[in-house]
Design a protein around this ligand. Structure first.
Ligand SMILES: [Zn+2]
Length: 590
């Protein structure tokens, strides 16, 4: 960012606002009419959507589902030919761009910016190239129930609007942690919308918390190895350099969405990370689609923040409409590569390494003093600009690998998992009769659950051992053949070590429970008989007693030693019920 640009930010915002306020038509948005201070409630939001629909043949207002409190999840479809069916649009080969706001309902910038932009395109006939070359899906409020928990005190760090919605849903769940596990009805509806339209580019609008600095707007987009290469290249070559240039020119220079190594001393460096798929932009990576996270800065006034969001939405639409085919080709190639991953090694997780590049960062001078209130340190930001060049930890290495099999087989009793896969657009086939199959699978060990509830669940940690065995899979078992554009999601959900796997979120907790118990006096005689029949057990038993003191002093553990080695022990406990077929095999499919 050039220093002079900081000074012209506020002047730019003034002009952007005045152009709308002075044109005299009655198409001002609620936000504009309020003097750029307020955001509309749900009812007024729906009213504006209906008005756009009534006025223009290029806009359709619909919903993509209902919230737990019964509200419509609003969706505006904007198409230059007035075609609103996904099949019509996919025939015309136009990029579909999904813009969503208020996933965190208190962060309403995207709602007001999106309405201004769509009004400018449809009513004021601006940016017609965008209308000709893209299809826009706009969700003004995703978290509709949370949005109506409305009040002035919902965002302690945030400078406006006057009142706003609440971060999470009526069920107290954070939609922006729910993309993979899909516990929220709103998310399940969104995933159906995603699979139906398969958008080519997505934008999720937020307001960030964090350190104070002059930048109004920051962004994240998954552009490391976790994103399929053609899309990664498109982002890094076609999109980001262009966007950064345009945003700087219009007075809103961009900064990547970063954290600081040391919150009290920024000179120690900035860091980025590979985002798990529970988050919107991380979900983009497992769907091989660019998903832009927009984060305006909480301390900037509402009007400035909305103006910056307007610009990033507009410039993204213009960049894509200016070269739509390149994006469509990148997405097509990414899907082809992903469909062919079977037999390849695939990284489930990444860790940041110590490599750094330099980041030119425009911050504020700050002072750290001792606080008599907290007893700790208190950082005080001035408004004095301070330019610095800081190390940026922005490079990742794969942390664990799996090999994508020919297929996963899921017994039919695990219907919740099968339904979950289908929500993400995974194609499921079924066994038409029972069949014994030689499969790879996992045995879990050292399983422990997180004590505190997180998103209504208690995620777990575990170790795994690979097992290979013949299992008989019943009729109706789901066969997930790994020849799909969703292969990355299939692996992330079904490989236990994935960031957001079904196992780690606790969908399979019951497999870790012992359900049959032996009386001690029965085990006493059983163990004596076993030692007589299998003398080699004695050596193992003595070794265990010698090396493991907790074992040595525990009567139940000592008796369990024999129970677990007897044919009475549950052979399925701690065993993953899902099998992997490594290689192609003819299967009796329905
Ligand atoms: Zn947010």
């Amino acid at each position: 960012m050039k220093k002079a640009l900081i000074a012209i930010w506020s002047i730019m915002h003034l002009f952007i606002g005045m152009a709308f306020a002075s044109d005299g038509n009655d198409w001002l948005t609620y936000y504009e009419k309020s003097g750029f201070l307020e955001t509309p409630r749900y009812a007024q939001t729906i009213e504006f959507c209906r008005r756009l629909d009534n006025e223009s043949k290029f806009v359709k207002f619909t919903d993509f589902g209902l919230s737990p409190q019964g509200r419509q999840l609003p969706l505006l479809i904007v198409d230059g030919k007035g075609k609103f069916e996904p099949e019509d649009i996919s025939r015309r080969k136009l990029p579909v761009i999904l813009i969503m706001a208020c996933i965190h309902a208190g962060e309403s910038d995207g709602k007001d910016a999106g309405f201004q932009l769509i009004r400018d395109i449809i009513i004021n006939k601006k940016y017609q190239n965008v209308l000709d070359k893209t299809v826009i899906l706009f969700i003004p409020i995703f978290n509709v129930d949370g949005h109506e928990r409305f009040g002035p005190y919902n965002r302690i760090n945030q400078n406006g609007p006057k009142e706003m919605g609440w971060r999470v849903t009526a069920q107290n769940l954070n939609l922006n942690r729910d993309f993979l596990k899909a516990d929220c009805p709103e998310m399940r509806s969104w995933l159906k919308l995603f699979s139906t339209w398969l958008p080519d580019f997505l934008i999720d609008c937020h307001v960030t918390d964090g350190a104070d600095y002059p930048y109004v707007i920051s962004y994240a987009i998954e552009n490391r190895q976790n994103m399929a290469e053609p899309v990664r290249q498109w982002i890094n070559t076609n999109y980001l350099p262009n966007l950064e240039k345009r945003m700087e020119t219009c007075g809103f220079p961009l900064i990547p969405y970063i954290g600081f190594k040391d919150g009290f001393d920024i000179s120690k460096g900035a860091m980025s990370w590979v985002t798990p798929p529970r988050f919107s932009h991380g979900y983009g990576a497992v769907q091989s689609r660019s998903f832009l996270l927009v984060e305006t800065h909480m301390l900037k006034d509402y009007r400035t923040r909305v103006a910056s969001t307007y610009q990033i939405l507009l410039h993204t639409l213009e960049i894509i409409s200016g070269d739509a085919q390149t994006l469509l080709n990148a997405n097509r190639d990414a899907d082809r590569i992903t469909s062919n991953l079977a037999g390849s090694d695939f990284a489930l997780r990444y860790k940041m390494n110590e490599d750094t590049t330099w980041l030119d960062f425009n911050g504020y001078e700050s002072e750290v003093i001792n606080s008599e209130i907290s007893g700790g340190k208190w950082i005080q930001w001035t408004q004095i600009p301070k330019q610095s060049r800081i190390p940026w930890f922005n490079s990742a290495d794969p942390a664990n690998w799996t090999r994508i099999p020919y297929a996963y087989i899921i017994p039919p009793e695990w219907g919740e998992l099968i339904d979950g896969l289908e929500l993400h657009g995974v194609t499921i086939e079924r066994l038409k009769h029972e069949v014994p199959l030689e499969v790879d699978s996992y045995k879990f060990k050292n399983v422990s659950w997180q004590n505190d509830s997180y998103e209504g669940r208690h995620p777990l940690k575990f170790g795994i051992d690979l097992v290979s065995e013949t299992r008989t899979f019943p009729v109706g078992s789901a066969v997930v053949i790994c020849n799909q554009r969703t292969n990355r999601i299939i692996a992330q959900l079904l490989e236990p070590e994935g960031y957001d796997s079904f196992v780690s979120w606790g969908f399979l907790d019951a497999i870790f429970e012992q359900k049959e118990y032996a009386e001690d006096y029965v085990l006493e005689s059983l163990s004596r008989q076993m030692l007589k029949d299998r003398p080699e057990l004695e050596k193992e038993f003595k070794e265990m007693t010698a090396k493991d003191s907790s074992f040595a002093v525990s009567p139940s553990k000592r008796l369990d030693f024999f129970y677990q080695r007897s044919p009475h022990w549950d052979s399925k406990i701690n065993l993953y019920p899902i099998g992997k077929l490594t290689n192609f095999q003819e299967l009796p499919l329905e």
